[in-house]
Write a protein that binds this ligand. Structure first.
Ligand SMILES: *Cc1c(COP(=O)(O)O)cnc(C)c1O
Length: 470
């Protein structure tokens, strides 16, 4: 008779499962040979002192998975299975793939943050409830590949008013990230079109375009923005820029350069400018500067926006506005790709914008970020004296800081990590193979998640990382 060990304790699972497991194991290991007859249900139940039902359930599961077959009136038999041609020597999971929970940072100067502690979660919850109350029925099927119409309408209205971007909801494609939207763009732009990105620039988009399989050309950013001469000579036909607040230099592109870039795009058919307007909601001196898109009458600008900085990165919601010519290509070649962001989040956001909560939040956050930024800059000047210079602070949620210290950037970042201070250097934004010879260290200071009461300690710690021996 078979040898099956059953354990009758609370934790060892139901008896039928144990019988099933034991038989399966013996079949896989060849202990039970193919076409061997298994005991009848009654025999096995009697032998193991279990109920018939336990044996029936076990046999049924083995039959369903194909380990066992039945013959009419003859009973149960072991299926013929090929042996595996390879067996692992021992179960090992590669060490480098084991996720390590990094210790939480004490303070963060990351440029990718927003402040969740000031997010109006109560209002958001209310919007989500409203969305569920009114639109739950629409969650039972796949949504439009471009995203919820109601939200697209609301976004078109909002960016028309706040960014001067005139567009129809039909032109908007929503997505769960800016990176994904660039993937889509790479798919619908001409196969031979080369992309140009800013250098220094946002490495995530550079990597993403690179992964799409075509060369991506980093073009120097001078004191006004992407260099039009270098762009012209590069042979690129799609230029990706951040005019509102260049990532990472913080430069606001003057209108002279905006016109030069637009003229570059008008020179040849098929040229486009992608405007990544990631943090344009926040501008601290004077009025916001309208988007580059607002100057473009020939429809050569693809506008890209995100709610990661204005609301929360965790919402995962971004959008792009396609010019009609590209929209046609998208509809033809890419609209089989389903929407990547959650309908529920989209509908909640629709209610959030429509009810005025969004504008209220932006207004509040602008004020808050303005205060934090001023306090932080003052604290930095107090602590570092004349050894720093700050640039790119007129808009957005980060600025650059050059430090007069003998310590190289790498050592500063290493020290910051040791002290659980989240910090990034310029090095991550140099996209060309040949990065400039390092002068003074330049680090990027994001302040979105810094709290007023932490500024003094965070600045002290930063100073320590830049200068102190221990
Ligand atoms: C934060 C940021 C984005 C937004 O990325 P998401 O994928 O939408 O979160 C885009 N571009 C730049 C330069 C950014 O800093």
């Amino acid at each position: 008779m078979l040898s099956i060990q059953l354990t009758r304790s609370v934790n060892s699972g139901p008896l039928y499962k144990q019988i099933y497991q034991a038989l399966k194991q013996q079949i896989l290991e060849g202990i039970l040979a193919e076409h061997d007859q298994l005991p009848s249900k009654r025999e096995l139940a009697d032998y193991l002192h279990v109920s018939m039902n336990s044996v029936i359930s076990a046999y049924q599961q083995l039959i369903a998975e194909g380990y066992v077959y039945t013959k009419e009136r003859r009973g149960y038999f072991v299926e013929a299975l090929d042996a595996f041609i390879a067996v692992p020597e021992e179960e090992i999971f590669p060490e480098e793939l084991i996720e390590k929970r990094s210790p939480a940072y004490l303070f963060s100067f990351s440029h990718m943050n927003a402040d969740a502690s000031l997010f109006p979660f109560r209002a958001w919850q209310h919007c989500e409830q409203q969305a569920l109350r009114h639109y739950a029925a629409s969650l039972d099927n796949l949504e439009h590949p471009q995203g919820q119409w109601l939200l697209r309408e609301e976004i078109a209205r909002t960016i028309g008013r706040t960014r001067g971007v005139r567009c129809r909801p039909e032109q908007i494609v929503l997505g769960a990230s800016t990176q994904w939207l660039f993937d889509l763009l790479a798919m619908i732009c001409d196969k031979h079109a080369l992309f140009a990105v800013e250098h220094p620039g946002y490495q995530r988009i550079y990597q993403q375009l690179h992964a799409s399989g075509r060369p991506v050309l980093p073009i120097t950013v001078d004191y006004k923005g992407m260099s039009p001469q270098e762009l012209e000579e590069s042979g690129a036909s799609i230029a990706v820029v951040t005019p509102s607040h260049q990532m990472p230099t913080g430069l606001i592109m003057p209108v002279s350069r905006r016109i030069q870039l637009l003229n570059w795009s008008y020179k040849e058919e098929g040229r486009y400018i992608v405007e990544d307007d990631y943090d344009a909601e926040f501008k601290y001196e004077g009025d916001p500067i309208p988007a580059l898109h607002s100057l473009d009458d020939l429809k050569r600008v693809i506008y890209v926006g995100t709610f990661s900085k204005s609301l929360l990165p965790g919402l995962r919601l971004s959008y792009m506005v396609l010019p009609p010519a590209l929209l046609a290509v998208y509809k033809h070649h890419a609209s089989h790709l389903m929407q990547t962001s959650s309908s529920l989040i989209q509908l909640a956001l629709y209610v959030f914008i429509k009810s005025g909560e969004y504008q209220k939040h932006i207004k509040r956050m602008s004020k808050h970020y303005k205060t934090i930024r001023a306090e932080l800059i003052e604290a930095l000047h107090d602590k570092f004296g004349s050894s720093i210079s700050i640039t790119g602070e007129k808009a957005g949620l980060h600025f650059l800081m050059e430090i007069n210290t003998p310590r190289p950037t790498g050592a500063i970042l290493e020290k910051a990590k040791e002290h659980r201070l989240e910090l990034y250097g310029m090095d991550r934004f140099w996209l060309k193979e040949t990065t400039p010879a390092e002068g003074r260290p330049v680090i990027i200071i994001g302040f979105a998640r810094l709290r007023s009461q932490d500024i003094a300690s965070a600045v002290s710690l930063l100073h320590h990382c830049c200068f102190d021996k221990a």
